[in-house]
Design a protein around this ligand. Structure first.
Ligand code: XIL
Length: 359
């Protein structure tokens, strides 16, 4: 075949287009491509890739880390949603009864605004990380109701228009699906959940209100309890808009195979769902095989959310092993996040990209 100028042009154009596709898909390797990738080719971020599906891809962060420039550079660029890891919790926001301090949460909201990221409010009602003034004495039901209502409404009002969703009640159930015996449950009974949702809604009628918990990714007694409660609350007209599945997974306990079905059954109740605190820990030391399995799990979790229309997005519980909560809370475990302690991307990062590109 004769090769004319125009066929050469066409071939070059096609080759160029093909290369662009490969680059965008992150499959171009080799020294030239890698150098090009670093110097010239702007790879789409996880946020940009998620947005193509109408989803967000987020990370938790915490105030002390915001002085780490290489860290904040990636945090600001790669994600379009932020959750404060601690800054909006009760101990931080109402350290003395009736004295509110929103400086920590505000700092994170300001970071998010500067980087066009939406913020998930976390969390209003939880048995953990409560201030001493609250846990250190007995309360009558009517006293505690007033304290709870004031806390919720002051915080929700403060962040009105600044957060798109609230984890209103966090970790309300035990593994067997019975109510957790918290200060709120013991003093107020199960109705504290509906009341909290109503008070939050009154303070910001536009914000999405969630119940959030761990070990509810698979279908089982604990997620059944949420399904039952959510159905009841919706039937009673209580303002509940979504269920947050934390997804603190661990390689040694197996992958929650029913995640997608589980997300779907909450969608059918007319609820949004979100994967709110994803990390996938392993027994240390990490090795290539564990990191490969972890990558597969990150891919599967991301794909599960993309497969279910009302799953609105994925948040990882910080993005780097440098700031993961796991080593401090689970002895001998760690390496749970898609970036390592030196802020280098791990196989998990590439697996998330692949899921976001392919689906
Ligand atoms: C963790 C934070 O990441 C830690 O910094 C803190 O010391 C303890 O809490 N489920 C939740 C989160 O809902 O609020 C927890 O965050 C992790 C488990």
């Amino acid at each position: 075949m004769r090769t004319t100028r125009s066929t050469i042009r066409t071939r070059l154009r096609l080759a160029g287009a093909f290369a662009t596709v490969l680059m965008a898909a992150g499959v171009v390797t080799g020294p030239a491509a890698q150098a090009g990738e670093e110097r010239h080719v702007k790879q789409p971020t996880l946020a940009e890739l998620a947005q193509r599906h109408g989803r967000y891809f987020g990370s938790a962060t915490d105030n002390p880390e915001l002085t780490d420039r290489p860290y904040t550079e990636i945090l600001g660029r790669e994600f379009d949603q932020i959750t404060p890891g601690n800054g909006m919790k009760w101990y931080a926001t109402e350290p003395e009864q009736g004295v509110f301090d929103f400086s920590k949460g505000d700092e994170i909201v300001n970071f998010a605004r500067a980087h066009h990221q939406k913020v998930r409010g976390h969390t209003l009602v939880w048995h953990s990380q409560l201030p001493d003034w609250l846990t250190g004495r007995e309360w009558t039901a009517s006293e505690l109701r007033a304290v709870l209502k004031k806390h919720i409404q002051t915080e929700v009002r403060h962040y009105r228009g600044k957060v798109f969703a609230w984890d209103v009640v966090n970790e309300a159930f035990n593994e067997d699906g019975t109510y957790r015996e918290t200060i709120f449950y013991r003093t107020l009974g199960p109705g504290y959940i509906a009341d909290s949702l109503r008070w939050a809604h009154e303070a910001d009628p536009r914000v999405k209100l969630y119940l959030n918990d761990y070990n509810i990714e698979a279908v089982g007694p604990k997620s059944d309890a949420y399904h039952r409660l959510a159905k009841e609350l919706r039937a009673q007209g209580v303002p509940l808009h979504g269920i947050g599945m934390q997804a603190h997974l661990a390689l040694q306990y197996g992958y929650p195979d029913t995640l997608e079905d589980n997300l779907r059954r909450f969608s059918r109740l007319g609820l949004d769902t979100a994967l709110t605190e994803v990390d996938i820990r392993m027994e240390l030391p990490a090795d290539e095989a564990k990191l490969a399995t972890q990558a597969e799990w990150y891919r599967d979790v991301t794909e599960a959310c993309l497969a279910v229309r009302r799953c609105v997005g994925v948040t990882i519980w910080d993005y780097t092993d440098k700031y993961s909560w796991i080593p401090a809370f689970f002895e001998g475990e760690g390496a749970a996040l898609p970036w390592d302690e030196e802020l280098r991307r791990k196989p998990a990062y590439y697996a998330i990209r692949e899921a976001l590109i392919r689906r």
